[in-house]
Design a protein. Structure first.
Length: 606
């Protein structure tokens, strides 16, 4: 039950909803029970059943049924049968009205509680995921994360909070029914109580396996969402390689497995309801035989009207019992989904920050890498790399793929931390500095143009949400984007589609550059920003980048060496080590790896 109570923690302040819900439920239960209890005086008034009726004031003030019988007898005696019938019908009508009114108000309170819990849980889950390191997203399927934030949270909302509703209401209703039943006949109720545990044991056997099946179903659903996400994201590749049939078959297989598991769960869940209903009728039948025998023998003090009322109330006692049974089976699904949600919340970020970290407000001198070593899953990526990026200078990283260039760059915005060695800014070890303060000094332009399904204006202003229209336009002009933006349907308010699908590669990249220009960062990180562009787009993007790099400290990764020939320092990275360094002309005279790369790319152009 630890999972259940942890999930309820997201309902705080729970007393805001629990207290009014409890009071409203008590009132609804009281009047709902009275609806059935009034059957006895109604039948007595209707059929003049004076035999066995309480004709004197009861000695016990808590003997509810005796007082009702006595009151009915007095009304019949003083005002006549018709008047008594009218009064009882009016009492039933008022009781039903109040019962349903309080029931409706309790439902409204519980719905507010449910939505409040869902809001808190989904916000907490999304906030936690956003705070996780990049390594977490590399290891996890995106579709599985999406499934947990959407589907699993929804299951938790309806199952766990509905169970709480049942735990508040149904035991109270069951207790109220039992009190009235004991008031009518202690002997008959004791006999009935002995039969109820057998029914509960049978139902428990039916729903025992539901929790394991529910957890497997949620895992299957997450896998299916992952396939869906990958298929939609890679639709161009799928069609290009005629792989649609294979993808359909893969998705169909996962969908079939999920559906079969859902069918088995539904069969087991639905079996609980008819079973409990049959057991309820069986118990009522046994009670009719036993109680009818007591009435016929006449030695129980039980009148015919009281016995009929007893059977009516007992037939209703199975409803809260049935609701609790169904709630238990639903709870298993909720707990299974809740465990998946809590697994995410229990994940700890490898680069989690603490309150002792200080913030860097500006950049004054240099970025220094000192004997930086890094290994991923025991696989060495970098080996004792040391270099300095002075303020205002441009440093370029070149070399074969997989050499560790992007990993080196990722240390500056603190996407990773060195396994050994350190990275510092103005002498401050980044392990002692808050990541948010460092990232506020950095602008990034990546090879993949990351844009959002929004307007061009909002994508540029993503780095500075409070930017004015004039600032956004100025940034776009510097990025060589203003002219093509005006040619779009709605200018800066044009929606660019999912990941900027309505723009060309060069246009997307210039929007990203405009976003970095607007931020106006002192440090700039460019990761192969022109590698995937055609010649014309490359020229426009390269020109925009040159404008962006003016008076900034820049670290550049490039495969096209023509884009970095003006760099102040070029580092050649291979197998996690710096094998050459110098400016463009110094490296050409060394006649090493860099010189051969230049020669190779010159031959490719020729």
């Amino acid at each position: 039950m630890n999972t259940y109570f942890r999930l309820l923690g997201f309902a705080k302040p729970i007393e805001k909803y629990a207290v009014p819900y409890f009071l409203l439920t008590v009132l609804a239960t009281l009047f709902n029970t009275m609806n059935l209890a009034l059957l006895a005086p109604l039948l007595a008034a209707l059929f003049k059943d004076a035999e066995g009726v309480q004709k004197t004031a009861p000695e016990s003030a808590t003997d509810f049924m005796a007082w009702m019988e006595y009151s009915t007898y007095r009304v019949q005696t003083e005002f006549g049968q018709m008047q008594a019938l009218q009064w009882i019908c009016a009492a039933i009508l008022v009781s039903v009205l109040l019962s349903n009114l309080f029931k409706y108000l309790s439902f409204r309170t519980m719905e507010s509680f449910r939505i409040h819990t869902l809001l808190n849980l989904r916000n907490a889950l999304f906030d936690h995921v956003m705070d996780m390191d990049l390594a977490y997203f590399t290891a996890q399927r995106k579709g599985n994360i999406m499934s947990k934030i959407t589907s699993d949270v929804q299951v938790v909302q309806y199952s766990v909070t509905s169970t709480l509703q049942v735990l508040f209401k149904e035991p109270l209703q069951l207790l109220a029914y039992l009190v009235v039943l004991f008031t009518i006949s202690v002997k008959l109720t004791l006999f009935a109580v002995l039969v109820i545990p057998a029914s509960a044991w049978i139902i428990a056997r039916i729903v025992r396996k539901l929790r394991a099946q529910a957890k497997e179903a949620q895992e299957r659903f997450g896998m299916m969402i992952s396939y869906l996400d990958e298929s939609l994201s890679g639709i161009r590749v799928i069609k290009a390689f005629n792989a649609s049939d294979r993808i359909k078959e893969k998705f169909s297989g996962e969908n079939h497995a999920f559906s079969e598991l859902g069918r088995k769960m539904a069969y087991r869940q639905q079996l609980a309801s008819p079973t409990s209903e049959f057991l309820g009728v069986l118990m009522v039948t046994i009670l009719v035989l036993y109680g009818g025998n007591l009435v016929l023998l006449g030695d129980s003090g039980l009148s015919a009207a009281s016995f009929i009322t007893y059977i009516a109330i007992f037939s209703q006692i199975m409803r809260p019992a049935k609701a609790m049974t169904e709630s238990f089976s639903t709870l298993n699904s909720g707990l299974a989904a809740g465990e998946r949600v809590l697994e995410v919340l229990d994940e700890k970020a490898d680069l989690a920050e603490n309150a002792d970290l200080h913030a860097i407000r500006d950049f004054k001198k240099e970025i220094r890498f000192h004997e930086v070593t890094f290994a991923y899953d025991a696989k060495p990526i970098l080996n004792q790399v040391s270099f300095v990026i002075p303020k205002g200078k441009t440093i370029a990283l070149v070399g074969p793929s997989g050499g560790g260039k992007s990993t080196l760059m990722d240390f500056i915005p603190m996407f990773h931390r060195p396994t050994w060695g350190k990275v510092s800014i103005d002498g401050h070890d980044l392990r002692d500095v808050s990541a948010s303060s460092v990232r506020s000094l950095i602008g990034m332009v990546n090879q993949e143009s990351i844009l959002f399904h929004d307007s061009i204006r909002n994508n540029i202003a993503f780095s500075k949400p409070d930017a004015t229209d004039a600032e956004i336009e100025a940034a776009a002009r510097i990025a060589n984007a203003h002219d093509f933006i005006l040619e779009t349907e709605n200018g800066y308010d044009t929606q660019i589609g999912d990941r900027g699908a309505r723009l060309s590669g060069g246009q997307r990249q210039r929007i990203c550059i405009a976003r970095a220009v607007l931020q106006n960062p002192p440090i700039l990180l460019l990761d192969e920003a022109t590698s995937a562009l055609d010649t014309e787009s490359e020229y426009l993007v390269q020109d925009a980048l040159q404008k962006l790099m003016v008076n900034r400290t820049t670290l550049v990764i490039a495969h096209r060496l023509s884009t970095i020939q003006k760099a102040d320092q070029i580092l050649v990275i291979e197998d996690g080590k710096i094998i050459e360094q110098g400016n463009h002309f110094e490296l050409l005279f060394q006649d090493g790896f860099y010189s051969k790369l230049i020669e190779k790319q010159s031959l490719e152009k020729a």
